[in-house]
Design a protein around this ligand. Structure first.
Ligand SMILES: Nc1ncnc2c1ncn2[C@@H]1O[C@H](COP(=O)(O)OP(=O)(O)O)[C@@H](O)[C@H]1O
Ligand SMILES: [Mg+2]
Length: 762
């Protein structure tokens, strides 16, 4: 058994194992949750549960099957497997024995990785027992690694959320002490760690300062060694990263240039590795090596493609590394401070995917994949998730009720455009890699592209909301007052408030409770607000998901995003769990009661928005503002009927094949109609005043968009030459313009990184 630790530890061990080409063949087995899924996180970018699948897409799932194996006492142990993923609860040793047997090898070198001390220990101590049960018993050399995450959770550049010490799962529970000792963590160190976790969890101390020792000699050795090893490991790290990125299949056997590249990279790595070792030996250095799965992404060098000259002599490598880093920095700089979301939106009907040059996945958001893609036609948002039908219908519903939403269309699997989008994204990764930016290429491949592929479903192509900032980011729009207060923000503020009022009603009709928090979405809202008033604690839990309310300084000034219909039939699968918060009669009763109050109480019903804006933007909205919201709500109610008719047409369209029809079929049209009737009744009850409020078309944002005029004749000239949308072109840095023209017109400069072949594109 061995302990890994630190940013660099995980991949070091993998590198170490791969370094040795000798037989018996290696077998790698990873604990899935946390061990694998955090492997790709970057310092400061903590993964929450909804984000867990950095690596998971690369493991073939297959159809889940259950199987039984026996332990050494003959007890039955249930396991489940799908493809190369096993579920074994705490029976990791039994599962590992099963996996080993399935390899049907006479001998194997097995490397097991787990962040849970119990699993790592049990595997180390009892896998052989399980194996001995079967004949013939393969000859296994097993290393069980405990991935000690303390450093990554509490160190100066944390990449993971600290775990709780108080649960039975904890690595620091009393019973785990002897196991920790077996992995080299002394009892005193255990106590110090528990203290550190407590301090973090209680907020008494945020992070250990850089360089501050945690104790444990080995750890500091690993740290010291990690630094320069990281640089040395990068080529292999990138090779591995690229392999992971290409998906679950093993590289095809010869003749195949990708595979050659892999082997070449490995040989090169071996050469470099022995070099390091020699150097270390001379310097009386340390055994540990670094790289970290993090290194897979942070790698500076990309796979070298086909055979290249022998590695440079030892004295050269620093200079070479510095040169490559400088090249990567130049490549990254092309996009610095110019995110896709800051570029002018492109026309959804003519995205010109083949001209894509920039891809990003924004950090926010969770469940699915959202990517921003820029082409010479402009910028676009592309979304992939399990519940695309719900989002599509939800958005179309709001649109039909005159709420400003991004334009949207679905691109189905199998359509030519679907393939083209994936290919273009991959092409952008190749562009980055050719310029030496392996990290950027890895991000595109590992985040954007895999997110698009992993749901095996349609993509939603979405208009980019220009210069968007969310209700959580009112500061970016000049503060709540200028964004939302009619006295300051004028017509634009009014139309935003109007839209908020409509969305408030329409979300409720769809039983979508995520965006706003009010009595419509939360039965005990009033009570909770009163409770939160005094101390101010927990107020942020009473504001809804304000990331899904976007504002813009141009156009309609507002966009509702991430909208979903949550009227899902019973047994409706994926979405159903989230939905079944209340049954239909409860929903209908609540709608009737709360929307009825809008007619009776007027702006009193809009206090929830005053509260929300106060919490997120520090501003108390005026009565005039709330009146705009109320009128919007009345308009929303009037628009419900038409919107229902519109989405019923969408639901029944048979344009996306069986799978899509099935997703659409989960949407409970009958309840939607029923809810519509309730709202219709209320509309009839409206008093004269409100009866006169027209259903309203979408209010124009007002001030009018300023025509952006690009005057620089060089810019106009080069835009013509390359066929770029002028506004888009003018928004890029001159350096990026130069590079794009050079690459497209003069061809890509050949260089070490110019071999995009490795990415294995058809
Ligand atoms: N069409 C768009 N235009 C501009 N920004 C967008 C657009 N769609 C999403 N975003 C940004 O990306 C974030 C996440 O997108 P969202 O659709 O809410 O995904 P999730 O389901 O992950 O929450 C949003 O909060 C917003 O900041
Ligand atoms: Mg969202």
């Amino acid at each position: 058994m061995l302990r890994l630790s630190g940013f660099t530890g995980f991949a070091s061990a993998i590198n170490n194992a791969l370094e040795d080409d000798s037989t018996p063949p290696p077998l790698f087995v990873f604990d899935f949750d946390r061990t694998l899924t955090n492997g790709m996180s970057r310092p400061g970018e903590e993964k929450d549960l909804r984000k867990v699948s950095a690596l998971s897409p690369f493991f073939e799932r297959g159809t889940p099957k259950e199987l039984m194996v026996k332990d050494e006492q003959g007890n039955e142990i249930p396991l489940a497997r799908g493809g190369s993923v096993f579920a074994a609860d705490y029976q990791k040793a039994a599962a590992l024995a099963q996996i080993i047997r399935e390899q049907k090898q006479r001998s194997l070198r097995v490397f097991f990785f787990d962040d849970a001390i119990v699993n790592a220990h049990v595997v180390a101590t009892s896998t052989k027992l399980h194996l001995n049960m079967s004949a013939p018993c393969p000859d296994v050399e097993l290393i069980s690694y405990w991935w000690d995450t303390f450093e990554e959770e509490t160190g100066p550049t944390p990449s993971m959320k600290p775990s709780h010490t108080a649960t039975t799962d904890s690595n620091y529970a009393d019973f785990a002490k002897p196991m920790l000792a077996d992995f080299g963590v002394t009892s005193e160190e255990v106590d110090a760690r528990i203290e550190a976790y407590r301090a973090i969890n209680m907020g008494t101390r945020s992070r250990r300062k850089a360089g501050e020792p945690v104790g444990g000699e080995e750890l500091s050795k690993v740290q010291a060694a990690g630094k320069d090893m990281r640089a040395k490991m990068a080529p292999l790290a990138a090779t591995l990263g690229a392999r992971f990125a290409r998906g679950p299949r093993p590289p095809p056997v010869l003749p195949n240039s990708s595979y050659n590249a892999f082997k070449t990279g490995k040989k090169l790595h071996n050469a470099e590795l022995s070099e390091i070792r020699d150097a270390k030996k001379k310097g009386g250095g340390v055994k540990s090596i670094g790289g970290g799965l993090e290194g897979l992404l942070a790698a500076r060098g990309l796979p070298r493609g086909l055979p290249r000259p022998a590695p440079p002599p030892a004295s050269d490598w620093r200079a070479k590394a510095a040169k490559e880093k400088a090249r990567a920095d130049v490549a990254k700089k092309l996009f610095e401070n110019k995110g896709v979301a800051s570029l002018p939106p492109g026309d959804l009907e003519n995205p010109r995917w083949e001209t894509a040059f920039q891809v990003e996945s924004p950090d926010e958001g969770s469940t699915g994949g959202l990517a921003f893609v820029a082409t010479l036609a402009g910028a676009f948002a592309i979304k992939s998730a399990n519940d695309m039908a719900e989002e599509y219908v939800g958005t179309k519903f709001l649109e039909a009720a005159w709420v400003p939403v991004p334009k949207m269309r679905v691109v189905f699997v199998g359509e030519e455009e679907h393939g083209l989008i994936l290919q273009s994204v991959e092409e952008v990764a190749k562009q980055y890699s050719r310029r030496g930016d392996a990290e950027g290429a890895g991000r595109v491949m590992l985040h954007a592209l895999t997110a698009m592929k992993k749901f095996d479903g349609p993509l939603i192509l979405m208009e980019l909301v220009e210069c968007a900032f969310s209700l959580n980011e009112l500061g970016r729009g000049g503060g709540a007052e200028s964004v939302l207060e009619p006295g300051r923000g004028g017509r634009m503020a009014r139309s935003r408030l109007d839209a908020i009022g409509r969305v408030w009603v329409l979300d409720a009709v769809l039983n979508f409770r995520d965006r706003f928090c009010s009595r419509l979405s939360y039965a005990r809202y009033d009570e909770a607000v009163v409770g939160a008033e005094g101390e101010g604690e927990g107020k942020e839990f009473l504001t809804g998901n304000c990331d899904n309310v976007l504002f813009s300084p141009v156009g309609a000034g507002f966009a509702a995003i991430d909208s979903h219909v949550k009227l899902i039939r019973e047994g409706g699968g994926v979405g159903a769990k989230k939905v079944a918060e209340g049954n239909n009669s409860e929903l209908i009763e609540r709608l009737h009661r709360e929307l009825g109050r809008v007619l009776i109480e007027g702006t009193g019903c809009m206090e929830w928005l005053r509260f929300t804006v106060k919490v997120v933007g520090g501003w108390g909205l005026s009565d005039e503002a709330l009146e705009c919201v109320r009128v919007g709500a009345v308009r929303g109610m009037k628009a419900v009927q038409g919107a229902i008719e519109a989405v019923r047409v969408e639901i029944r369209k048979e344009n996306g094949g069986d799978k899509w029809s099935k997703s659409m079929g989960r949407i409970d049209e009958e309840v939607l109609v029923e809810v519509g009737l309730v709202v219709g009744e209320l509309v009839k009850e409206m008093t004269d005043d409100d009866g006169e409020v027209d259903e309203g078309e979408m209010l124009e944002g007002g001030e009018g968009e300023e025509e952006v005029v690009v005057e620089d004749s060089d810019v106009v000239e080069s835009a013509k030459k390359i066929g770029a949308n002028l506004r888009l072109w003018g928004a890029l840095t001159s350096e990026l313009r130069r590079v794009l023209v050079d690459e497209r017109v003069k061809g890509v400069e050949a260089g070490e990184h110019s071999n995009g072949e490795f990415w294995g594109i058809r």
